[in-house]
Design a protein around this ligand. Structure first.
Ligand code: AMP
Length: 214
């Protein structure tokens, strides 16, 4: 089973992909996480992507298509994958179709998570993660039980993404509406698209996702 999760930044793609990963036994591929790893390692790709990401813009299609092409060829993708953050433009969706066709594969389901933009700004600017285990928290909606201590691993250091500030979030939302939203029509034509209500409580969203996957 190969899935694509679509939705603006903050819609919950990453959180839900992790839950589906456990439920379906297939892996999450987050292009944002891959790029952040490149930035941290100081690679050529990371150096090219860093300023673009900080401005809330999309990195060039060729760069990201090459990266995902290599990734889906690895053994751990054999049972399937959940694409989180890719494709983000129609040319990326076309390139993905071409590379899957070459491998006798296809996208089985595209889930579009519908949310309100204004709620996304609050969701994103409040989020932070444990530096040790990656558990996710939020200033208003999900604080650690003990202030400053991770519920999951007891870690006491937390990080925030460089692009999770209000100004960059607005650019990222703009990029979503201008460049990514047209993909919804692209996939609607092929009959694989399902939309779900991403403003529902987090567990409800997971249930809707599971139903959408079938
Ligand atoms: P994300 O973690 O999915 O919110 O992605 C963080 C940032 O990485 C985005 O704002 C883009 O700058 C970049 N990025 C991630 N995936 C893509 C993609 N498929 N195409 C272009 N840029 C991407």
């Amino acid at each position: 089973m190969n899935l694509v999760l679509l939705g603006p930044p903050g819609a919950g793609k990453g959180t839900q992909a992790k839950r589906l990963e456990d439920a379906l036994g297939i892996i999450q591929l987050s292009t944002g996480d891959m790029l952040r790893a490149e930035v941290s390692s100081g690679s050529d790709i990371g150096r090219e992507a860093d300023a673009i990401m900080k401005a809330g813009n999309l990195v060039p299609d060729a760069l990201i298509v090459g990266m995902i092409g290599e990734r889906i060829s690895k053994d751990d993708c054999r049972s399937g994958f959940i694409l989180d953050g890719f494709p983000r433009t129609v040319p990326q969706a076309e390139a993905l179709d071409a590379m899957l066709t070459e491998r006798n594969l296809r996208i089985d389901r595209v889930i579009s998570i519908d949310v309100d933009d204004e709620a996304m700004v609050e969701r994103i600017t409040g989020r932070f993660t444990c530096a040790k285990c990656g558990a996710g928290y939020h200033d208003s909606f999900q604080k650690p039980k003990v202030d400053g201590v991770c519920d999951a691993c007891g870690g006491t250091e937390f990080t925030r993404r460089a692009d999770d500030n209000a100004e960059t979030v607005r650019s990222r939302l703009h990029a979503y509406h201008e460049q990514t939203e047209p993909i919804i029509a692209y996939y609607a034509k092929t009959g694989v698209l399902k939309s779900i209500d991403g403003m529902a409580p987090i567990d409800d969203v997971t249930e809707q996702m599971k139903r959408a996957v079938g």
